[in-house]
Write a protein that binds this ligand. Structure first.
Ligand code: NDP
Ligand code: GDR
Length: 372
């Protein structure tokens, strides 16, 4: 049998990088769409990228954008993919309140453009489509745990755009018999997670604070509860969804929920720092209440976490907890990582990252500060 061909939008993102690794390990030829940017933006996939002059290319990048129909049509016509994974999106919920129109275009209409391209090119029978849907669709809590049948109530321009993408995927499946599926994925994280999402923001700050490179971490809503898994487990589910006999939608989640506050506590514990929280809402703070870290200089009682209301969202999603029964039973999917293992891996990766920076600083080099 000839090798399968996959096309991945959002290949330069967290999930794109893990999915490309997975598909290559399964013998696929992988094509990815990357955006032109003024700086290199392929850091997450550089380890699999080969000199384009080499022969036998199994990993190919194309310039493109989900806002450009003709570009998508041309790439799909050229690649003739067996599977398309639509992971490209403006994926930051808070930023979507600042860029609602762009978010609707890329995340909502972008999905329509891909579906239409497959239809126009007469690839409906050949090409299967995975749509990166999200637990943000549930938004304002209607019922928990959230499953494939829980009603949606989106709470951000991002979630509303993704709601359109969800339904247009269902509609093309029903109207044109397309093999098009939604994976309703709950939050998933990793050392490759974007630096402004809360888990990575926390693990980076914890690493820096433990090395005396930063003194404080500012966060928004500490009460928010999320069902956090590992991206490596979640891309396996994406693949499995497209290998089923019939196209269906699946919730992918761990079934365990945790507050942002508890994530902070677990992350500090990884570097031997104990944190206690005092106060409420905007006045809540986290203090050092103990330390077994011999290199940590701040004394017990130091304030290392503070709430800044600038990180609050105009409308928040308070509680997400997924019911993965269908994916457990039909896909045979079960996550390998639990939250503790996830936090451990993320903190260890950021400690390693900042050890390099500390070395430079200790040698007299100026290091750049990046805050969010
Ligand atoms: P990232 O933000 O890490 O990656 C998003 C990717 O989309 C990047 O490659 C980005 O390119 C690309 N992109 C952004 N805008 C466009 C555009 N207009 N045209 C083409 N590509 C674009 O997200 P994740 O990897 O975390 O998530 C993957 C997908 O899954 C997203 O659609 C997200 O909304 C969804 N999702 C994510 C969850 C999570 O917890 N991670 C949970 C549920 C759904 P560039 O690198 O140039 O910015
Ligand atoms: P989310 O992820 O909005 O769930 O979307 P994010 O990590 O941004 O926020 C999770 C929760 O933490 C609270 N929070 C903060 N968030 C950020 N980013 N920065 C802070 O300082 C901060 N303080 C508290 C937030 O209010 C929120 O409640 C992610 C994205 O990957 C989406 O693309 C995806 O669809 C969903 O997960 C499932």
């Amino acid at each position: 049998m000839s090798k399968k061909i996959a096309l991945v939008t959002g290949i330069t993102g967290q999930d794109g990088a893990y999915l490309a690794d997975l598909l290559l390990s399964k013998g696929y030829e992988v094509h990815g769409i990357k955006r032109r940017s003024s700086l290199f933006n392929t850091e997450r996939i550089d380890h699999i990228y080969h000199d384009p002059h080499d022969e036998d290319q199994r990993f190919v990048l194309h310039y493109g954008d989900l806002s450009d129909s003709t570009n998508l049509i041309r790439i799909i016509q050229q690649v003739q993919p067996d599977e398309i994974y639509n992971l490209g999106a403006m994926s930051h919920v808070k930023v979507s309140f600042d860029t609602p129109e762009y978010t609707a275009n890329a995340d909502g209409i972008g999905t329509l453009r891909l579906l239409e391209a497959v239809r126009l090119l007469n690839l409906v029978k050949k090409t299967k489509i995975y749509q990166a849907s999200t637990s943000e669709l549930y938004g304002l809590v209607q019922a928990v745990p959230q499953s494939e049948t829980t009603p949606f109530y989106p709470r951000s321009p991002y979630a509303v755009a993704k709601l359109y993408a969800y339904w247009i995927t269902v509609n093309y499946r029903e109207a044109y018999n397309m093999f098009a599926c939604n994976g309703i994925l709950f939050n998933h994280e990793s050392p490759l997670r974007g630096e402004t999402f809360v888990t990575r923001k926390i693990t980076r700050a914890v690493a820096k604070i433990s090395m005396n490179l930063q003194s404080k971490l500012y966060l928004g809503n500490l009460d928010a509860q999320r069902d956090w898994g590992h991206a490596k487990d979640y891309v396996e589910a994406m693949y499995l969804i497209l290998q089923q006999e019939t196209p269906e939608d699946f919730v992918i989640a761990t079934g365990v929920t945790t507050t942002v506050r508890e994530f902070v506590r677990l992350a500090f514990a990884e570097v031997g720092i104990e944190i206690t929280f005092k106060g409420k809402g905007e006045n809540e703070k986290g203090y050092v209440s103990g330390s077994t870290n011999p290199d940590f200089l701040l004394p017990v009682g130091s304030e290392v976490v503070s709430v800044d209301s600038k990180y609050f969202r105009p409308t928040e999603v308070d509680l997400l907890i997924g019911d993965p029964t269908k994916s457990n039973e039909k896909l045979g999917w079960k996550p390998k990582y639990d939250l503790k293992a996830l936090v451990k891996e993320m903190v260890a990766a950021d400690v390693e990252l900042f050890q390099r920076e500390k070395l430079l600083k200790d040698s007299g080099y100026q290091i750049k500060n990046q805050f969010e």
